[in-house]
Design a protein around this ligand. Structure first.
Ligand SMILES: C[S@@+](CC[C@H](N)C(=O)[O-])C[C@H]1O[C@@H](n2cnc3c(N)ncnc32)[C@H](O)[C@@H]1O
Length: 178
């Protein structure tokens, strides 16, 4: 399976396995992925979840997903997470945020998540400390007492060649509502 070593836009194998490990003792859950790219992580996680719904804006990624990463219990929707109506998205237990990693983009992802899913069980952030904006947003919601960190996941030393060039930073984290 392609991972961050092959395609810098996807996650590491460690990040995926840490997600599986975190969820394995819990009731089977469903996931919404905000920013699906070609579907590598989505396909990897699918066997461990009831359902995984991906969202993606680019047609070429959606086409790739449908040819190479479609399995029985996943799907991809052409959905602009910053413009389209989140009310059209199905109920889920987990939202996996991995889209635009700016402060404003990530803040909108969290705000939309909490508005659409006020009882969300978990939110997973990719590139938690890799992109400053993501770290700032998570820190803000934690400081405000809205979210708490459950687990740090993924690599803690990024591979060379990552566009952010932030080596030694934590790849991901899982949070829950306080
Ligand atoms: C970092 S990649 C996602 C990687 C994927 N989660 C994985 O682990 O393989 C971010 C994706 O978000 C998509 N994206 C960017 N802006 C978007 C938007 N407004 N709505 C939906 N998807 C968007 C990009 O096209 C890109 O494929």
């Amino acid at each position: 399976m392609i991972d961050i070593h092959d395609d810098v836009f996807t996650c590491s194998a460690k990040m995926r396995n840490d997600i599986v490990d975190f969820c394995k003792d819990k009731e089977p859950m469903s996931m919404l992925e905000i920013g699906t790219h070609k579907g590598y992580t989505n396909k990897y996680l699918a066997p461990y979840f009831n359902k995984i719904i991906g969202t993606e804006i680019l047609d070429e990624h959606i086409e790739f997903f449908n040819i190479h990463c479609k399995v029985e219990n996943n799907e991809i929707r052409k959905f602009n997470v910053y413009y389209d109506d989140w009310k059209t998205l199905p109920e889920v237990d987990i939202v996996f945020i991995d889209c635009v990693h700016s402060y404003d983009g990530c803040k909108m992802d969290v705000t939309n998540t909490l508005k659409r899913y006020p009882n969300i069980k978990y939110i997973i952030f990719d590139d938690y400390e890799v992109w400053e904006g993501v770290r700032e947003v998570v820190t803000e919601f934690v400081t405000e007492g809205i979210l708490k960190i459950e687990k740090l996941i993924g690599l803690d030393t990024l591979i060379g060649g990552h566009p952010s060039d932030r080596k030694g930073k934590q790849e991901g984290c899982i949070v829950s509502l306080v």
